[in-house]
Design a protein around this ligand. Structure first.
Ligand code: NAP
Length: 472
């Protein structure tokens, strides 16, 4: 991917129709009509009216949390249907789609059960007088979201916003419109009033106009570095609070004292899950020399024995990529890496004629001047680096423009903890692959973005943390 003058990856935005094209069958399943400017205005008017109504008041929190509880129930009842929308919109294996819906249910329940505690006033030291910080809603939040976890990405913004009393308007990725519509439907079915959550099929220009609107007070984007740099720039120009959850180039470190077989098995899942289309996927394996031979053998064996097939068939173990374009972009990246001197340990194997499948690949011998060294491969391509000692692990891990997550496997947890504290990312997992649950904050540093979603930190991103002091 070329770099702009600012060093940020650039990728031209190609205007896409809001359309489900099944990446396994290539069939156009459903096309949605884009929303007009008048419809956008109606959504903002409804959201703003709701924000100004009793619905958003702190005294009404219990009712909003009840909506989240009902949302968890509705999603539980409709789990299978929702999971199928994911698999048909973007090709995820059905078992993983069910897992994603379950994560959404857990997030809705977590904020339903903990919202009141997380947003309770916090007492501060009695210096000027009795002091505390209250948490108030701030107004409409715009969410711009990607297709790789088409429900989970939405609920990460929607659940804390509903708990806090912030209405949400959403621009979802154009290739997952059935999921986009279904999320609005289940939130309404759970009893949320008009304006609490509105899905909009809109263009980048309409996104920019929404950000500029005075009724909108926050912008949450999850997506690529490219979209993040544009949308964060628009939010900055209008002095709007923003959170950015962007790309990653996470390391998966295996130290010489690790249980190598367990680490390798975890590493395979950490790279191939969701056909490798995960921001926190294990994109760079960094393995110490003593563990390298066994690790490489197990990984190569597993990468070459995946079962590529219908995402709705439980027997498939590798899903197609989300679109033809995603597959073509990844192939270009892989070819460029090899043309610049990288060695392919496996990859470019035959794939089924039907479906956007990409044969899992492992690259090694990637020099620092190879474009692949700094790029995010958003698909089933792993990079393998073999190093000698812990300092080399840290130097290589931190030689990245990104800083999202990372994993360290070691037989000595204290040693792993020391390394974890030296790695410049927002999250590090020891002796387990990267994961995300409702209770734990998620986010990164450097070009992986800023701000956090989920947990206690996530719900405080878009609230007015208001200090009140009563004189002594
Ligand atoms: P993307 O192209 O940036 O798309 C994300 C969203 O931004 C989509 O809704 C897209 O709409 C929209 N968008 C793109 N350009 C825009 C513009 N100029 N103005 C307004 N909206 C715009 O991302 P992607 O390639 O689909 O997703 C993969 C990326 O997301 C990877 O880099 C991945 O690492 C990252 N990601 C990060 C996290 C995290 O939590 N850190 C989680 C998941 C994914 P269209 O679909 O209409 O283009």
């Amino acid at each position: 991917m070329p770099l702009s003058g600012t060093g940020v990856c650039i990728k031209e935005h190609i205007k896409m129709a809001y359309q489900t094209r099944n990446p396994y069958t290539d069939e156009v399943v459903k096309t949605f009509t884009p929303h007009t400017d008048a419809e956008v205005e109606a959504a903002l008017a409804a959201g703003h009216a709701l924000y100004k109504s009793d619905w958003a008041a702190p005294a009404n929190m219990a009712a909003r949390l009840d909506t989240l509880r009902r949302l968890a129930d509705v999603m539980t009842e409709r789990k299978e249907e929702l999971a199928r929308y994911i698999s048909i919109d973007m090709g995820k294996l059905i078992g993983q789609s069910r897992g994603e819906v379950q994560s959404c249910i857990d997030i809705a329940r977590y904020y339903a059960d903990n919202g009141a505690r997380l947003l309770a006033p916090v007492p501060y030291p009695d210096v000027l007088g009795e002091a505390w910080v209250e948490h108030h809603p701030i107004g409409i939040i715009l969410a711009v979201e990607p297709w790789n976890f088409p429900f989970y990405q939405l609920i990460r913004v929607a659940a804390p916003a509903i708990a806090a009393g912030n209405p949400v308007v959403v621009k979802h990725a154009s290739n997952v419109p059935q999921c986009a519509q279904a999320m609005e439907d289940v939130i309404r079915e759970a009893g949320a009033p008009e304006g609490a959550y509105t899905n909009l099929f809109i263009s980048p220009d309409q996104v920019a106009a929404i950000i500029a609107d005075d009724r909108v007070q926050g912008v949450a984007l999850t997506g690529s570095e490219y979209a993040g740099s544009i949308v964060a720039g628009q939010a900055g120009a209008k002095l709007k609070k923003a959170t950015m959850e962007l790309g990653g180039n996470d390391v998966f470190v295996v130290l010489d004292d690790a249980d190598v077989a367990r680490a390798a098995k975890t590493a395979v899942g950490a790279r191939l899950y969701n056909a490798g289309q995960v921001c926190t996927a294990a994109k760079r394996y960094i393995v110490q020399a003593g563990a390298a031979e066994e690790f490489t053998r197990i990984v190569l064996e597993a990468f070459q024995s995946v079962v590529m097939g219908d995402p709705l068939d439980e027997a498939s173990t590798l899903a197609p990529m989300s679109s033809k374009r995603a597959k073509e972009d990844l192939q270009q990246q892989l070819d460029r890496a090899v043309a610049n001197g990288a060695k392919l340990l496996c990859g470019n194997a035959p794939v089924p004629a039907q479906g956007q499948f990409f044969a899992p690949a492992v690259l090694t011998d990637i020099s620092r001047d190879n474009p692949a060294y700094f790029e995010e491969f958003f698909g089933p391509v792993a990079q393998l680096y073999v190093v000698e000692n812990d300092d080399e692990v840290v130097a290589l891990a931190n030689d990245s423009h990104y800083g999202l997550g990372g994993t360290i496997f070691s037989g000595d947890v204290e040693r792993a903890k020391r390394l974890a504290s030296r790695i410049e990312t927002g999250m590090v997992f020891i002796n387990q692959g990267g994961d995300s649950v409702a209770e734990l904050p998620f986010g990164g540093v450097k070009r992986s973005g800023f701000g956090r979603e989920l947990g206690d930190l996530g719900i405080k991103e878009f609230v007015n943390q208001k200090l009140v002091v009563v004189a002594k």
